[in-house]
Design a protein around this ligand. Structure first.
Ligand code: ATP
Ligand code: MG
Ligand code: MG
Length: 576
């Protein structure tokens, strides 16, 4: 998919035309640094950064850090990293707190213009003034007793709020909007509140902090934002956004427009719920590959380019999009199919001894890394008397509908010139598991044609002097939840957890090509992933017949511990 398609036509193209075409585009991506970003945020990132890039403009990363109670340093770093990983470079990194002085000045200006007043009402009083919360007993909205106090008095009280006269919740600055308007965003919103918390950037300089409604439109103006793109839950806020910018008459007037959110179904995205999964050790951390945070998708090996192409396929309109995990995975699979090399990995190995080959038999088989029509070079595959195959690919008793390895049936080993035929096997009496298979090489006599076997299976040679096999631990992930909507499950989403969301194969074996692609990654160079600093997650490949995999970040090559994560299966439903 053309990642720029969404800017060329449709909703975003129309939004561009609402401003003069000779005005340089300036956008911003404005996360609150209070958590890790998730898949939904990648839509906001792709739209804001992509729109600016497409139109030759610029996009800032703005940390909307007006609530010191929720914000932490780690999130700033994590958000910066993930934006870069997705392939975008912010024109400037801004903070709402960079503008605390300017915002304060405009708050005083607003009071002077009779556009704001200091209010001492409680939360309950505020709700009652807005018509009450009981739907059956709704009453007329009414102004609070502080609304008509003289502006000089409000100004003095606002300064007193700033200087420490009041405790949290004892005083607010409220905008004087229009109570007769049907839009709740016009019902005298709070502009400033008291929070006795030091701020990570301004320390204890402030004890009053501006709200989102007061801050966002003004910061957009300060930064020269032309198109302030946000999600549709802010539609009603557009009126207060414009009201405030007009009332204090900022010289630059940005334009807010709203697009539909992207949700993934079958998982949870809320910070509180993910935190519970982390705290209860259901998952290993915020970057557990079963989650849909961007750090988790990154660790699972999903390429940044695949996420951008997924967003682009969905397109942008005002409609909220709900996407099932299977549909997301289908898009990732399509992307990986043509971009990653192919190797063989055996997850649960059993040895096969090809008895008629000499003990020191060693053949080098040339094998292409790429799919048929993509050249990714070749590598050499040792083929020896003893190889390992997948336990699932062997049956003790043959049957007509089974085409893989069974006694008496010829089966192909991928890339090996002739088929092999199992002759007998050994079992462990205690476990009942097959421990060793004996086979013969089905090389036809000189002059005779090879009988093509019905199926080919993957394998890895036992050739330690040639570095084979590469031992590894493989992690296969399934959805964390049973249902499409874990949020709706009673008594809680925790009752919807699947038992089998992680399957570990501790004794897996990869062919030697794995070492080679670890040196050559990323294949190809991805947006955001530069050779000098690409992580293990960008070592991606298709394990033939088994799925797409990447190397996990906990891999430690020095001590020989290699962990592979399955990114997605080869086909929908495979391996569940
Ligand atoms: P909260 O942090 O209050 O849970 P949030 O994550 O939606 O809410 P921000 O951290 O402010 O809020 O998000 C930054 C930007 O990303 C906002 O412009 C927001 O509209 C956008 N965004 C958040 N979630 C999604 C989503 N699911 N789809 C598209 N855009 C989103
Ligand atoms: Mg957020
Ligand atoms: Mg928010």
């Amino acid at each position: 998919a053309d990642p720029d398609a969404m800017f060329k036509e449709g909703w975003l193209a129309a939004v561009r035309k609402e401003r003069p075409l000779d005005e340089p585009v300036v956008t911003r991506f404005p996360p609150e640094p209070n958590g890790y970003l998730h898949i939904g945020h990648s839509k906001a990132i792709a739209i804001n950064f992509g729109f600016a890039r497409f139109h030759g403009g610029k996009c800032n990363l703005r940390f909307d850090d007006t609530n010191p109670e929720a914000e932490e340093e780690v999130y700033f770093t994590a958000i910066k990293d993930i934006v870069r990983w997705l392939g975008f470079n912010p024109a400037s990194i801004m903070h709402s707190s960079d503008f605390f002085d300017d915002l304060y000045e405009l708050a005083e200006k607003l009071i002077t213009l009779d556009g704001a007043y200091v209010c001492h009402c409680t939360d309950d009083e505020l709700k009652d003034q807005r018509g009450g919360t009981d739907l059956k007993k709704k009453h007329e909205r009414y102004a609070c007793r502080h609304r008509d106090r003289p502006t000089e008095e409000s100004l003095a009280e606002f300064r007193a709020m700033r200087d420490g006269k009041y405790k949290p919740r004892e005083a607010f600055l409220r905008m004087k909007q229009d109570l007769s308007d049907g839009n709740p965003q016009m019902w005298d919103l709070v502009a400033y509140r008291i929070l006795e918390k030091p701020h990570h950037r301004t320390g204890d300089k402030w004890r009053i902090y501006p709200t989102y409604d007061f801050t966002h439109c003004l910061c957009d103006s300060f930064e020269g934002i032309t198109h302030s793109l946000c999600t549709t839950e802010f539609i009603l806020s557009r009126v207060s956004y414009e009201w405030l910018n007009n009332k204090v008459d900022v010289p630059h007037k940005p334009m807010q427009r709203e697009y539909g959110r992207l949700n993934i179904t079958g998982t949870v995205l809320s910070k509180r719920k993910i935190k519970k999964l982390v705290d209860d050790k259901i998952v290993g951390g915020w970057d557990d590959p079963r989650l849909y945070t961007l750090v988790a998708l990154r660790r699972r090996g999903i390429p940044p380019g695949a996420i951008l192409s997924f967003i682009s396929e969905l397109g942008v309109t005002t409609a909220t999009i709900n996407i099932q995990i299977v549909r997301f995975e289908q898009s990732i699979r399509k992307y990986l199919e043509m971009t990653v090399p192919r190797l063989m990995v055996v997850l649960d190995p059993i040895p096969v001894i090809i008895e008629d080959l000499p003990d020191d038999y060693h053949e080098e088989i040339e094998n292409a890394f790429g799919p048929k029509d993509v050249d990714m070079g070749i590598h050499k595959l040792p083929f020896t008397k003893k190889v390992f195959i997948e336990r699932d690919d062997f049956r003790e008793v043959d049957s007509k509908d089974f085409f893989r390895m069974a006694p008496g049936k010829p089966v192909g080993l991928l890339k090996v010139p002739y088929p092999v035929v199992a002759t007998s096997f050994k079992k462990d009496d205690a476990t009942g598991l097959v421990t060793e298979i004996y086979a013969k090489y089905d090389k036809p006599p000189e002059g005779e044609k090879i009988k093509k076997p019905k199926a080919y299976i993957h394998w890895v040679a036992d050739a330690s002097e040639h570095g084979s096999p590469v031992k590894c631990e493989v992690h296969v992930f399934n959805p964390l939840f049973k249902s499409e909507n874990p949020d709706a499950v009673e008594p809680s989403f925790m009752a919807d957890l699947r038992e089998d969301s992680l399957k570990v194969y501790p004794n897996a074996m990869a062919e030697v090509g794995l070492k080679e692609i670890m040196e050559r990654a990323p294949w190809p160079e991805e947006a955001g992933e530069k050779k000098d600093k690409c992580g293990y997650e960008s070592v991606r490949f298709q394990a033939m017949r088994m799925g797409y995999f990447c190397v996990d970040k906990d891999t430690d090559e020095a001590s020989g511990k290699i962990i592979l994560n399955r990114i997605v299966s080869l086909k929908e439903d495979a391996g569940k």
